[in-house]
Ligand binder design. Structure first.
Ligand SMILES: [Zn+2]
Length: 275
């Protein structure tokens, strides 16, 4: 899969000057699904450890536009999964703060951050997604962008050392997003109760396709997924948007026509192509 041309996965940026996300190079129309980090910035900073009586360390924060991705590239425990990418800034101990977690995986040569997986009920109020995942559903890093983070903090793992994305990770990148019910069961219920129309599929077909892919991902929850992410521009995929009974912000570009297939769309400009 390393022979996939880079042009297939390069984001086409459309700057939306009126958007609060303009600095991010926002997605066409809306930013609420799979955020592709193209230009991260890093800054050195020192958290205040005085309350814990420890010396203030020097940390490197990684941002993308105004969004904090990680507050300590050095202290995050990259060998764990989920990784707490936003650490307690009063002591730096992993697990001291609640939340701030990302499931880190790789799909072909991209690094994906998605919601933490298989969280026990007792951990629901402790292990929840980092802010950028709450905000966008998923964050994706191009190889050179990940290398850039690695170049400022050597313990950020090489992409080759990160485990491949499983079905859960790609499903989460696909179905997670603000305004969308969390969890598969609630999503299915929402589709059946609230779907009004799709671009060209009728409602029954659209729901059938979403359920087809949910089942496909379910059958591969802990198996490495074979596939790649392509832009609509380079692949010629046509987004199939689903329209719901409610505000337009809830409409979901869930599927795409690609040649004679219907595949999951991860954002208005990116699709997942299973191999
Ligand atoms: Zn703490």
């Amino acid at each position: 899969m390393s022979n996939i041309p880079l042009s297939l996965i390069i984001e086409r940026v459309s700057i939306c000057p009126d958007s609060p996300f303009a600095a991010l190079g926002c997605f066409r129309g809306t930013v609420r699904q799979m955020f592709l980090c193209r230009q991260p910035s890093t800054e050195r900073w020192s958290p205040d450890f005085s309350a814990s009586g420890e010396k203030n360390p020097e940390w490197t924060r990684a941002n993308c536009g105004e969004v904090e991705l990680c507050n300590s590239l050095e202290w995050a425990e990259w060998s764990a999964n989920p990784v707490q990418v936003q650490l307690c800034d009063a002591c730096g101990t992993v697990g001291c703060a609640s939340g701030g977690y990302a499931h880190v995986s790789t799909l072909s040569n991209l690094v994906l951050w998605t919601a933490p997986q298989t969280v026990a009920e007792s951990d629901f109020d402790r292990i929840f997604p980092a802010n950028p995942i709450e905000r966008f559903g998923a964050v994706v890093f191009l190889p050179d962008v990940w290398m850039q983070l690695r170049s400022v903090a050597a313990n950020v793992p090489d992409a080759h050392q990160i485990s491949p994305s499983n079905g859960c990770a790609i499903r989460d990148a696909w179905i997670s997003g603000p305004h969308r019910p969390k969890g598969e069961d609630r999503l299915r219920d929402w589709l059946h109760r609230r779907l009004l129309a799709a671009d060209s599929l009728d409602c029954v077909e659209a729901i059938t396709w979403v359920e087809h892919w949910l089942s496909w991902f379910d059958s591969k929850t802990s198996i490495a997924i074979e596939g790649y992410i392509a832009t609509t521009e380079d692949s010629g995929a046509l987004i199939e948007k689903l329209y719901f009974d409610g505000p337009g912000s809830e409409d979901w570009p869930a599927l795409a026509r690609l040649d004679d297939r219907i595949v999951p769309a991860l954002s208005p400009t990116h699709v997942f192509v299973p191999l």
